[in-house]
Design a protein around this ligand. Structure first.
Ligand code: MN
Length: 486
């Protein structure tokens, strides 16, 4: 089971009784947090020396189940003893600035109490050395049982879990990047160095070979899954069966290669009768990352953000900026794709429909068609700027489409941009945000801020406070920072 280490700092000046009490208090806090967070919290022996600090940090690095560390200086802990340990620490850190008690015991407080409960003092010393070393970490300040502190710890645990998942994520590209498209392309080696994504090309033949060997029973089973989940709004069952076979083949392929995100492209479908529509949509709803036109970055980000949202209510999936309603002062965005929008966004029961696809030169593909949900959300894009990656996160308000669209044969989402259409859209374009993105109603900008911070990824947030002049200054400073290096 994945876990966070709970590491308590002290020193050997206080005597055995204080250290015994520090250990007991820390153990109690770790056990309490274990019951509150989506992963376990494992108490570690109190650190009092250079050697112990180094041992616990190298232990965290080596423990494959340890996804992050929580640090707390219950007493004073001279921070030079943490330098070499922190320099080697490779797991995400949350510095918990808390106390064992909340209210001061005014009538009994004495110097023994002060010496034991001095995180106000010790956590500042520890914080200084983290800042001096340039360590990106989260700081949660407050009583550890308070709702606000626990929410911050929960978010940290979820982001650690997503980062751990990201570090082992394997991505398959069926075909390559759509010819001549810039923003979907990227440096796959750097993606693995930075995010841990192992991205590899596969010929579409790797899939069609498995597909040809499927039994009728396997395809029947997938058809039964479709009819159980969706409304069959077509007589062309042969077309739906074609998607069922493609998905059954993908199931086998992804499982055998331990792959959790994939891309395809309509320009390379040799041996497939249809572009995967329903097949890709149904897989996305299970948490698999997907990116069309060879967009491996969006596919991987989609899988990682699904992992980050796994304990939340709400929907997370791929979509694309498509067209607008530009009625002045009530502008709306319509997001969709040629087929592949995740059914997690469906406001009602999705319909399986079969329609022609004007590009790609294949048979009419089956796809899920639905109207999108409403609610507050974010749109997140990842781009490769050549010398670094940039995440762009825009807050959006998803809305029910104002009127039916009876002729539109694809799933769609609609939303309002923040702070207003012209500012939000211009900000996105200034920042270099892609037309492919992951949309989520389960996550918010603070989740992406923490993910970006702990993965040392550049981030631009667009929200109700965005001002284009300030944003352009921010972008200029980010370019300068990147040029200066670290
Ligand atoms: Mn696209």
């Amino acid at each position: 089971m994945k876990k966070l280490y709970f590491i308590t700092g002290s020193q050997d000046l206080y005597g055995a009784e204080t250290l015994r009490q520090a250990a007991a208090d820390a153990k109690e806090i770790a056990e309490y947090l274990s019951g509150q967070l989506p992963c376990s919290v494992e108490w570690q022996p109190v650190v009092t020396t250079h050697a112990e600090a180094e041992a616990v940090c190298t232990g965290a690095n080596a423990d494959r189940d340890c996804i992050g560390v929580i640090m707390w200086m219950h007493t004073f802990s001279p921070a030079k003893m943490w330098i070499s340990a922190l320099k080697s620490l490779r797991k995400p850190m949350l510095h918990l600035h808390t106390q064992y008690h909340d209210k001061l015991p005014y009538d009994t407080i004495d110097m023994d109490f002060m010496n034991l409960n001095q995180s106000a003092h010790g956590d500042r010393e520890f914080g200084f050395i983290c800042t001096r070393l340039g360590i990106q970490r989260e700081i949660a300040a407050g009583y550890y049982k308070s709702g606000k502190t626990l929410a911050q710890l929960r978010r940290f645990a979820e982001v650690c879990s997503a980062i751990d998942y990201s570090r082992g994520l394997r991505v398959a590209m069926f075909g390559n990047n759509m010819r001549d498209v810039a923003v979907t392309d990227g440096d796959r080696v750097e993606s693995e160095i930075h995010f841990g994504w192992n991205v590899n090309y596969y010929g579409i033949g790797a899939l069609t070979e498995i597909k040809a060997a499927l039994s009728d029973a396997e395809i029947d089973e997938k058809m039964a899954e479709y009819t159980g989940k969706y409304t069959m709004a077509t007589d062309n069952l042969a077309a739906v069966r074609e998607q069922a076979a493609t998905e059954a083949a993908l199931d086998r392929f992804l499982a055998s290669e331990q792959i959790h995100a994939f891309t395809d492209t309509f320009q390379d479908l040799y041996g497939l009768k249809q572009l995967p529509g329903l097949a890709a949509q149904n897989l996305m709803a299970k948490g698999f990352g997907f990116g069309p036109e060879g967009d491996y970055k969006t596919a991987a980000l989609c899988a990682v953000l699904n992992k980050l949202a796994e304990h939340r209510q709400g929907a997370t999936g791929f979509t694309e900026d498509y067209t607008y309603d530009l009625t002045e002062d009530s502008e709306l965005e319509l997001a969709s794709h040629m087929l592949e929008v995740s059914p997690v966004f469906a406001a009602g029961k999705p319909e399986i429909q079969v329609h022609p696809l004007s590009i790609g030169g294949r048979e009419d593909p089956a796809r899920l068609v639905f109207d999108g949900i409403s609610g507050q959300g974010i749109q997140v894009s990842l781009v490769d700027l050549g010398d670094r990656f940039r995440l762009i996160c825009a807050e959006i308000e998803l809305i029910r489409q104002p009127e039916p669209m009876p002729k539109l044969p694809v799933a769609r989402l609609m939303w309002r941009l923040k702070p207003d259409f012209s500012t939000g859209a211009a900000a996105w374009i200034y920042a270099g945000g892609a037309h492919h993105a992951v949309v989520s109603t389960a996550l918010n900008a603070d989740d992406i801020r923490l993910f970006a911070k702990l993965t040392d990824t550049e981030l631009v947030v667009i929200d109700s406070k965005t001002d284009l002049n300030t944003l352009q200054q921010q972008l200029a400073l980010l370019d300068l920072k990147a040029r200066l290096g670290r």
